[in-house]
Write a protein that binds this ligand. Structure first.
Ligand SMILES: N[C@@H](CCC(=O)N[C@@H](CS)C(=O)NCC(=O)O)C(=O)O
Length: 201
């Protein structure tokens, strides 16, 4: 039994990662969608939960977790009885951590920002962001050339964390024609029984 609440925005890619994983784990939750235009994420009530004024925030009974990667780790440790989504072992954990870090580094500054500039009016230089996105896609495509998933034979939270923003960058116009292994990886993730689609743009 869980008593989970998720605070998010409709178009938040970081929140999508959590919706996707909650679906995979079969966990019911209350969804609290904040209105970004009304700046509900900067309200006194919400800032008491996350002083950074950012979503996603997950509340599980008296536990409050901010940050998508932290939430993925928490949910896997707390609710994944199979242990397959965050497997143990020094090398495996390090490999998973590498991709969680990338999702908050290379992906944030590349695919995430590209989509942000194109589709949600974020400021930034589209050309240099596009170049960073292509550099990352080149890395990811090579990495996936002999693998089905990022860190193990089966999907882990690394795949959940990394999927959303590259997919949104493709929706924002980045072509996958030179990146067939990314395309195949997207298809594997999307064919998961409990897949939840990323935001529409
Ligand atoms: N490191 C955080 C970043 C969270 C984040 O940037 N959230 C965005 C939405 S995807 C947000 O709340 N932006 C509003 C703001 O920063 O004011 C995570 O991975 O969850």
């Amino acid at each position: 039994m869980s008593d989970i609440t998720l605070y998010s925005f409709t178009l938040s890619g970081n929140s999508h990662k959590i919706r996707h994983f909650l679906s995979i784990l079969g966990l019911d939750y209350e969804s609290k969608l904040l209105d970004v235009h009304q700046k509900e994420h900067k309200s006194t009530e919400f800032m008491a939960l996350n002083p950074l004024g950012q979503v996603p925030v997950l509340i599980d009974n008296d536990v409050v977790i901010c940050d998508s990667n932290a939430i993925l780790v928490y949910l896997a440790e707390q609710y994944d009885k199979t242990g397959r989504w965050y497997p143990t072992g020094a090398k495996l954990r390090a490999e998973i951590q590498k991709f969680l870090s990338m999702s908050a580094g290379e992906v944030l500054n590349g695919p995430n920002l590209y989509r942000g500039i194109k589709h949600i009016g974020k400021p930034g230089d589209l050309e240099s962001t596009y170049d960073r996105t292509i550099n990352f896609f080149t890395y990811l495509n090579n990495f996936l050339s002999d693998k089905r998933y990022l860190a193990a034979e089966e999907p882990t939270i690394a795949d959940i964390a990394l999927y959303t923003y590259p997919k949104l960058a493709v929706k924002a116009g980045v072509s996958l024609s030179d990146f067939p292994f990314i395309s195949a990886w997207f298809e594997r993730i999307e064919s998961g029984k409990y897949f939840v689609a990323e935001p529409e743009k």
